[in-house]
Each structure stands twice: as C-alpha cells, then as structure tokens.
Design a protein around this ligand. Structure first.
Ligand code: GLU
Length: 238
C-alpha cells in the first residue's frame, strides 16, 4: 500500500475496482474491507469502480451480484459505482495524447505472428514479452496503416534501460529493471482500453490518494507509473 504522491494534506480517497466477469469472490470483499476501514479511519471517501472493459467476459448479472454481495457484507461505498465502459472517450483521448508524445505506438502484428514470436521466445529462452517490432515504424507509416483501417492495438513504449524505483508503504523501496517490463498493450483492437490503461487513468482522474490491492499487482506497477509519471508511489498491499 502507498500514497499516490499527493502529500499528507490531500483528502483520502480509496477504491475497490472489481471486474464483473464471474461470481463475487472473497478477494474483492477483503480488498473492499481494507479500503473501507482505511477511508473511515482517515475521514476519507470509499469509491466503487466497475472495471468492465473485457467485453467478452463482463456481464451486468455479474456486476449486480458483486454489488449485492458488498451490500450484504455491509461494505457500502460512498461514491459510484462508476463503470469504465461509460468512460471510453476519456481513455481514447489519453491514448491519443500518449501516441502524440511518442510514449505509445500502434502495433499491427497479427495474432498468428504474436503466437509464432512467443513460440520462438520460449524455444530460445528469450524474454517472453513482445519483441517491439512495430516500435520502429515511422509515424507516417503508422498513421497511413491506421487510416487504411488495418487492425491494430496500441502499446506503451517502455524504457529499455535503467530501473523503475517504486515506493510501497508496506514493503518500502521496490526496484525492477525496465528492460524486463513488456511493451504493454493499452488499447485493444476493439477500441477498448486494457485494465492497465483504464485503471491508471481512473485512479488519476478520480483523485485516488492511496491504492490498496492484492500484491499480485506489484509487477504491473512499473507500467502504471509509466502511464502516470507524476504519481510516484501508487502501490499494492498483500
Ligand atoms: N479489476 C482489477 C481486479 O478485479 C482491479 C485491480 C486493482 O485494484 O487495481 O482485480
């Protein structure tokens, strides 16, 4: 757990952000409980956000079940539920900004090519991530192919050297070598954002002061910090 670099005078705003892709599970309840307790202990606000950007797996029935479960447990929220599927313009404009800044690039690699690349990476015991082939396309070519309607995703251009230094309020300093962080897809071919983009944009937009979530998200933190460089210490709790 950690603060999002806002300083101690910033009002506390925390969130739970379940994905409505199945039955309610205990991890969501646990995370809601910890966030709610933290908000109450600091006179803060507890926000509920529904992360429904996986079009194939999200459903309103699952969302309703999650809301019912949280209410039944007495884990009521102060704000929301906000739905990411209703905020697509916001993510799209952030992608445009990242593309214009050269911090992201369009990837035209087909599924077949990516599968082939993964097989080769495995066989040769190379870094399992994307090999960055489309990163070297000129912006003119990238624009032309996009304008011609060629299917593509958008990837974040990660640094290729140096270290990402993260401050976690529970674990202290955590370091990761940038070259081991994949060029994450942030916009899918269907125009929907991936979790990483939508979550980071929303945490920023919603003024989330502290991110308290499962420790499995620590490995994603370099990507989130890259998307929101001003947030120096958004982080994870086990
Ligand atoms: N939608 C993510 C999940 O359900 C949220 C992770 C987070 O809290 O950032 O696990």
């Amino acid at each position: 757990m950690s603060d999002a670099g806002h300083g101690t005078d910033t009002p506390v705003r925390v969130r739970v952000a379940p994905s409505p892709t199945g039955d309610p599970h205990v991890g969501t309840a646990y995370q809601a409980l910890v966030n709610l307790a933290f908000a109450r202990s600091r006179g803060g606000v507890f926000v509920l956000r529904i992360e429904d950007t996986d079009r194939a797996r999200s459903s309103r029935a699952s969302e309703a079940a999650i809301l019912d479960a949280l209410r039944w447990l007495g884990l009521d929220w102060d704000e929301g539920p906000y739905r990411q599927s209703e905020r697509l313009d916001l993510y799209r404009s952030e992608v445009d900004r990242l593309l214009a800044a050269g911090s992201a690039y369009r990837c035209f690699c087909t599924r077949e090519r990516l599968d082939e690349m993964r097989r080769e990476n495995r066989a040769e015991q190379r870094f399992p991530g994307y090999d960055r082939r489309c990163r070297s396309l000129s912006s003119a070519e990238s624009e032309r192919r996009a304008a011609a309607g060629e299917p593509h995703t958008v990837r974040l251009a990660m640094p290729t050297e140096g270290e990402c230094v993260m401050q976690d309020l529970l674990r202290g300093e955590i370091r990761r070598e940038w070259e081991l962080v994949d060029d994450q897809v942030i916009l899918k071919a269907d125009g929907y954002p991936t979790y990483h983009l939508a979550c980071t944009v929303d945490d920023h937009e919603m003024g989330i002061s502290h991110v308290i979530r499962g420790e499995e998200w620590i490995n994603s933190l370099p990507k989130h910090l890259r998307l929101a460089p001003s947030s120096t210490s958004t982080s994870c709790a086990g």
